[in-house]
Design a protein around this ligand. Sequence first.
Ligand SMILES: [Zn+2]
Length: 229
Amino acid sequence: MALTLFARRPAPVGAPAPEPWPEAGETWQPEGVTVVERYYNLGHAVVLVFLSSGCHVVSCLGCHYQATKLKAHYSTMLTPDEAADLANTHAANCRALPRDIPARPDEEAARELLRTLVRAMRKRDERVNFYLYLLDTKRLALQRTNEWIVGEMERLADDEPEVLNISVNTWGTGLHLQKLPSARTSSRPNGAEQPRSWEPASPRAAAIPSSPSPTSASGEWKRLTWWSS
Ligand SMILES: [Zn+2]
C-alpha cells in the first residue's frame, strides 16, 4: 500500500544527480608505478612524484612536464627531497588544466610501445647498456610492472637478437640488457665489430632473483633495480 501511494507521487523535478568528478590523478595508481607524493598545480591538475625503476620521477598530469634529474646535475638521479622540491615548484607555477588520465594500453599496444622505445634508442653505432630507468618518463604510458618489462625484453631478444642481447651479469644478481647497434650503421669491413655472439639468457630463475638483492658493488649495476619495487 505504501508503495502504491509512493508511486503516485509526481516525479521530483530537482536537479539531476551530479556527474561523477572525473579522475584527474588524485587517486590514480598506475600499474608498475608507486606514487609517493601528489601536488596540485594552479589549474588543479595533479603533479606526481613516483617511483618505478627505483629513481624518482616528477610528472605533471596537466602539461606533460616530466623530470628525472636536476638540470644542474645531468648525471645524478633525484633525491626524494629534490623530487619534492621540483614537483612543488612546478605545481606553484603551472596553470595547465587536468588532462585525461592515460588509459592502460592492452598487451599488444604496450608491447609495441616498449619495442618502439627500445628500437629508437640512440647511439646506433655502438652498444648501449639498457637500464630500466631509461623508461622512467614512459611509465605512465606503459603502465606495466618492471617484471613485465624485463619479460618483454627477453622476448624481444628472442625475436630480434640483432636488436637486443641479454646476458646475466657477472655477479649473477641482475639481468644485463644490451641494445645492439643497428645493422644499418654498423657496416664496418667484414663486420668485424659487428657483435656476432648471441649469448642466450640464463634460465629465468637464475636471472631474476626472488627477493631484492642490492648486492652489487658497482654503481653502474645498481641502476638495474627492477626488482626493488
Ligand atoms: Zn604542469
